[in-house]
Ligand binder design. Structure first.
Ligand code: 13P
Length: 255
């Protein structure tokens, strides 16, 4: 479990120019400087990773995907070892936008191990597409977790982070983010599944993030009452006006 709140910015395929990327990195570093209880990770596209020079312990670099092999004839792919050698520390694995392009739970399970072997910390995304009254999404989440973590040894459990991102809440109006109470219910269920797979001790120290339409106005409530250790933030992490406000509001929540 992280000792601090963890805020991870997923820039997705944005921005389109290096000048804009530099401005967002500068804003994020400035905003992270005076935080006391919050660790900030920014995950730009690979092309901009070199801009995030890690010069203090308040901000870290990550990427949004890696391949499941260290090197070889895999045109267009990037290995976890390459990311590590560029100073990257984290990697988002199994984001729903990648799953929509065909990434399976089995591939996610392999990528987790490949990332760990290279010394990266995987942020493993899970989340149901829809919900209905019958509660089938709970079984969906259980299956997703069981397969994605099937190759993970118990002793490595503390090195991974779970990001709960219900697909229906991603990229919506900020008012449509999940409510903190609903997040708490699902996080408790995720912990129960982790308990079943890895045992009580591991589950109790799991690091779980919420993602899906988080902004500076709802972030604090989600951290306070959502039962999560942090946030996986999309659009708002690129907003030079409001990302600093988000970080300050999270940092105000006692640990
Ligand atoms: P938004 O915060 O833009 O909804 O994106 C969430 C997300 O997918 C982060 O990984």
């Amino acid at each position: 479990m992280n000792k601090k709140h963890l805020v991870v910015g997923n820039w997705k395929m944005n921005p389109t120019s290096i000048e804009e990327a530099r401005a967002v990195v500068a804003m994020s570093k400035k905003a992270a400087k005076n935080l006391k209880r919050t660790e900030v990770v920014i995950c730009p596209p690979f092309a901009f990773l070199h801009l995030v020079k890690v010069d203090n312990k308040k901000i870290f670099a990550g990427v949004q995907n890696v391949f499941n092999q260290p090197a070889g004839s895999f045109t267009g792919e990037i290995s976890p070892q390459m990311v590590r050698s560029l100073g990257g520390k984290y990697v988002i694995i199994g984001h729903s936008e990648r799953r929509a392009m065909g990434e399976t739970d089995e591939l996610v399970s392999q990528k987790i191990i490949a990332a760990l072997n290279a010394g990266l910390r995987p942020i493993v995304c899970i989340g149901e597409k829809t919900r209905n009254q019958s509660g089938e999404y709970l079984q969906f989440l259980r299956n997703q977790l069981s397969i994605c973590l099937s190759l993970l040894k118990k002793k490595h459990f503390s090195e991974i982070i779970i990001a709960y991102e219900p697909v229906f809440a991603i990229g919506k109006s900020f008012a449509e983010a999940m409510q903190a109470r609903e997040i708490l219910e699902t996080v408790l269920y995720i912990k129960k599944v982790l308990n079943d797979i890895f045992g009580k001790e591991s589950a109790s120290c799991a690091c779980i993030l919420y993602g899906g339409s988080v902004n500076w106005e709802n972030a604090k409530a989600i951290i306070e009452t959502g039962g999560v250790n942090g946030l996986l933030v999309g659009r708002e992490s690129l907003n030079v006006e409001t990302f600093p406000k988000l970080l300050t509001s999270v940092d105000a929540v006692s640990l």
